[in-house]
Design a protein around this ligand. Sequence first.
Ligand code: AP5
Length: 214
Amino acid sequence: MKLIFLGPPGAGKGTQAVGVSAHLGVPHISTGDMFRSAIRNETPTGLEAKRYLDAGELVPDSVTIAMVRERLAMDDCKNGYLLDGFPRTVDQAMALDQIDPPEAVVDINVPDERLLSRLTGRRVCGKCQGTFHISKLEDEHTCPICGGELYQRNDDQPETIATRLKAYHDSTEPLIDYYKGVTEPRLIEGNRLKTVNGDTKPEDVFKNILASLE
Ligand code: AP5
């Protein structure tokens, strides 16, 4: 299956993508993770992307589309993919429809007022990349899965979160209508959008996502 997770920063796309990609047997491709890895490895893409991530702004489409095009050409994408964080602009969505169109797009819906506390409280494991919330951790420095050290993402500060939310509303939210098939231009006819309530327990969100795909 070729699937996209849409939703604002902190909606739970990464959290849900781990279980859903394993369930469907397709690779979980997170453009945010790809950029963070490129930044750590100081690749040309990473050096270009860093200032955008630090500011909470979108990386230019040309860079992002080229990176995803290359990733989708890899062998493990032959039977599908789960894209998390891509596309984020109408131009990215149109490019994807030309490269390898998604069959379904799950919009994980969470009101803005819930997102700030989810993001400021997020901790990520530097070893296994697991994502947690401090409210659920006994020790906010240690990964409960592998014992690795937990850190806070640079862009999980309130000012940067505000910029990310604005980028979501300005550039990414229009994709809801794009995938409903109600806006011009469109390359593919029909409604590919499934909307799931993300403002509930993670295990219920998981069940609702699978139900929306049946
Ligand atoms: P990216 O890494 O994609 O960040 P994002 O979209 O802002 O999404 P997040 O990872 O912040 O949130 P999430 O929805 O995955 O939530 P999570 O599961 O972690 O992008 C980062 C940057 O990269 C962008 O700002 C941009 O610069 C660049 N970039 C990436 N893709 C790009 C593109 N296509 N074009 C241009 N630039 C791009 O959960 C969040 C927290 O909530 C966690 O603490 C979690 O434990 C908790 N939580 C999860 N589910 C629940 C629940 N059901 N109930 C309560 N808490 C929950």
